[in-house]
Write a protein that binds this ligand. Structure first.
Ligand SMILES: *[C@@H]1O[C@H](CO)[C@@H](O)[C@H](O)[C@H]1NC(C)=O
Ligand SMILES: *[C@@H]1O[C@H](CO)[C@@H](O)[C@H](O)[C@H]1NC(C)=O
Ligand SMILES: *[C@@H]1O[C@H](CO)[C@@H](O)[C@H](O)[C@H]1NC(C)=O
Ligand SMILES: *[C@@H]1O[C@H](CO)[C@@H](O)[C@H](O)[C@H]1NC(C)=O
Ligand SMILES: *[C@@H]1O[C@H](CO)[C@@H](O)[C@H](O)[C@H]1NC(C)=O
Ligand SMILES: *[C@@H]1O[C@H](CO)[C@@H](O)[C@H](O)[C@H]1NC(C)=O
Length: 352
């Protein structure tokens, strides 16, 4: 859910580099999200785990969990979004535009401070896997401060934003707000040195038990050893790694065999690529994958062809010791399910 509005840096990232945001790469994502300091971490006596609910609508779309804001605490569910910064939750001032979300009542919090400035934030995606056109995903915000508690980490006078209006793209959100977890300045940085990191366990709805844990690693949640990879340079607020190339079923193509920067964004539901790269990947899977005209930016394949179609996508990275490793999106992630406009055609995981 990369934010496009407030920091021009994000605009550049989203437009120029492919953002890989897979619902499929969960176990690898968890490894990669860890900072190197993870190794030094001792198990915390406090259990800083937030159970995550899964927004499933034909496919796994988004994971969200509860935080509290204000004194006494008011509870909100938020998407923990490595693709944006800041915290945004609906205000009672949002009224009907936020009717499906819980709304923060500032007058009920004794620690609330209104900072008085307003702004608009435009995101590159809102919910689901339908491409965003223009500023479909836009929030009107008021800068405020109050006590915010995330996984038992209390931050008093934390600056955040109240949503006072939102575009229709956000109306049906099954969660209330968005909490950004950028590479610096997130809630983990309020933790003691050596434990300033977080891990995501993003499982499919059928499996359940998804969770976000701060400051510790639950080694019952994975097998093998962790891979530590350096962030791409120059540093940015996005979790970016450099990839040396993409393979599809073991094959590559000139468009794919190239250096690119990949953003790991827990707030976006599918994989966003530039058109040429998406086309090159799809042509190595099946000539029957075609742009789906009713929804520009999406691709479809006859659903009858999906089962058994090999569509193994390897994205190659290099770890901190210079050793190559792949993040693999397996074949069974190719289809997101049938399009509403034509249920015989299934949507692929890639949008442009
Ligand atoms: C930590 O809390 C989570 C969520 O409440 C729970 O699922 C998990 O079992 C707890 N872990 C430990 C070690 O207590
Ligand atoms: C968030 O808290 C509400 C109660 O306020 C609870 O019903 C809901 O299940 C919680 N959501 C998650 C994802 O834990
Ligand atoms: C689920 O997806 C369908 C088809 O894309 C859409 O029409 C519907 O609004 C979605 N439901 C929710 C609760 O988001
Ligand atoms: C809220 O935003 C919508 C556009 O999404 C706009 O039509 C409406 O006028 C706005 N409402 C207010 C109170 O600004
Ligand atoms: C990554 O995948 C490619 C294509 O499938 C393969 O040739 C390569 O050996 C893999 N790299 C590693 C480190 O497994
Ligand atoms: C992608 O490229 C193809 C062929 O060059 C073109 O027909 C199509 O309109 C492009 N799609 C988008 C969404 O730009």
């Amino acid at each position: 859910m990369a934010s496009l509005g407030m920091t021009t840096q994000w605009t550049i990232l989203l437009l120029l580099v492919p953002a890989v945001v897979a619902t499929s790469d969960v176990h690898h994502t968890m490894d990669l999200m860890l900072r190197k300091t993870a190794r030094l971490a001792k198990r915390q006596s406090r259990n800083m785990t937030i159970p995550l609910g899964d927004y499933f609508n034909g496919t796994d779309l988004q994971w969200f969990g509860n935080i509290t804001v204000g004194t006494p605490p008011q509870t909100f569910s938020v998407v923990f979004d490595t693709g944006s910064g800041g915290l945004e939750i609906p205000s009672t001032a949002c009224g009907a535009a936020c009717a499906k979300q819980r709304q923060f009542d500032a007058s009920a919090s004794s620690t609330f401070v209104d900072l008085g400035t307003t702004s608009t934030e435009v995101f590159g995606t809102c919910i689901g896997v339908t491409p965003v056109v223009g500023s479909d995903c836009s929030l009107t915000l008021r800068a405020v401060a109050d006590t915010v508690s995330v996984a038992g980490i209390d931050v008093s006078l934390a600056g955040f934003s109240l949503i006072t209006n939102q575009t229709a793209g956000f109306t049906d959100d099954p969660f209330d707000g968005i909490l950004g977890l950028p590479t610096s300045g997130d809630f983990a940085t309020t933790l003691p040195s050596g434990s300033q990191f977080f891990t995501f366990f993003l499982t499919p709805a059928t499996e359940g038990h998804a969770a976000l844990t701060f400051a510790s690693i639950d080694d019952t949640k994975f097998t093998g050893s962790l891979t530590f990879a350096p962030l791409a340079t120059p540093a940015s607020s996005a979790w970016r790694l450099s990839s040396s190339g993409i393979f599809v079923n073991g094959q590559t193509a000139p468009q794919l065999n190239a250096e690119r920067t990949v953003i790991f964004d827990t707030g976006t539901s599918n994989v966003l690529l530039d058109n040429a790269t998406a086309t090159a990947i799809h042509s190595l899977i099946s000539p029957d994958i075609k742009p789906f005209a009713p929804l520009p930016g999406t691709f479809g394949i006859p659903c009858s062809e999906v089962a058994g179609l090999p569509a193994n996508i390897d994205i190659a990275f290099t770890d901190e010791d210079g050793a190559p490793f792949n993040l693999t999106i397996p074949s069974d992630e190719l289809s997101l399910g049938p399009f509403e406009q034509d249920p015989t055609i299934c949507q692929t995981l890639i949008n442009v």
